[in-house]
Design a protein around this ligand. Structure first.
Ligand SMILES: Nc1ncnc2c1ncn2[C@@H]1O[C@H](COP(=O)(O)OP(=O)(O)O)[C@@H](O)[C@H]1O
Ligand SMILES: [Mg+2]
Length: 233
């Protein structure tokens, strides 16, 4: 039995809407095992971002339980959830979210500064991460000088540099053309295979589906299917 890193039990999320509330996720019960490479698919508005934000402890559920790396995230203080994110979870966003005034090197180094890692260790980790994503030549560039595919690879380097247990990616290929999407997917898959990093990412990109080990489909905030290698699981 695989070690479970994330569990949700009957997890529901309501957002305030006018006088009442809107239910964005309803009764989500899922387990994510160590080393999985899982895609959350579903149409726009189906709750993919909300789900990733909650399991990444950027947001909290309204009802039900969410356990991340053995911790009940709704019981964490702001400081504890920030520590969980900075140590154990890497994030990749659709729009890269790089800091424009910093170099590629400084962007990738940033999470290590938050962890107060000594400089020599930071240098080694950043250099390795940029080698991993094939961007050693761009180390001094600023984000504005990069293509979309390169920017997303910097974001992957930034997410992996602290060697987190889990990387969460919200539509990482949505702004990329086919070639760059494949390159980004391949980089994520290599990391999963070679370092055992657990990936959970949302997508509604048909090109991505073939890469998935596990595909969870959300419809109207509910799990419509959960399939492993094309077979129902
Ligand atoms: N902060 C918010 N306040 C109110 N409604 C929200 C908020 N965030 C998302 N929603 C609503 O929740 C639903 C799911 O949104 P989201 O998780 O962003 O879906 P997806 O990522 O699949 O497109 C949508 O109907 C959206 O409008
Ligand atoms: Mg979304």
């Amino acid at each position: 039995m695989k070690e479970i890193l994330i569990s949700t039990r009957k997890m529901t999320k309501h957002y305030p809407a006018g006088e009442g509330k809107f239910t964005a996720l309803k009764d989500i019960t899922l387990d994510f095992g160590k080393g999985e490479f899982t895609g959350i698919v579903g149409p726009s508005g189906s709750g993919k971002t909300t789900l990733l934000n909650i399991i990444g402890s950027l947001d909290t559920q309204s009802e039900g339980e969410v356990i991340v790396l053995g911790r009940d995230i709704s019981s964490l203080t702001t400081k504890e959830s920030a520590a969980l994110r900075s140590r154990d979870i890497g994030f990749i966003f659709q729009t890269y979210n790089l800091l424009p005034v910093y170099s590629v090197y400084e962007n990738v180094e940033f999470p290590l500064l938050l962890l107060k890692m000594p400089e020599a260790d930071r240098k080694k980790a950043v250099t390795e991460a940029l080698e991993w994503v094939g961007l050693t030549a761009k180390i001094k560039s600023r984000p504005g000088q990069l293509s979309g595919g390169e920017s997303q690879r910097v974001a992957i380097a930034r997410a992996m540099v602290k060697k987190p247990h889990i990387i969460l990616a919200d539509e990482p290929t949505a702004n990329l053309d086919t070639e760059n999407s494949m390159n980004v997917l391949q980089t994520m898959q290599n990391l999963n295979r070679d370092m055992g990093t657990t990936f959970i990412f949302s997508t509604h990109d048909a090109k991505v589906i073939g890469f998935l080990q596990r595909k969870i489909t959300l419809v109207d905030g509910m799990v419509a299917s959960d399939e492993i290698n094309g077979a129902a699981g």
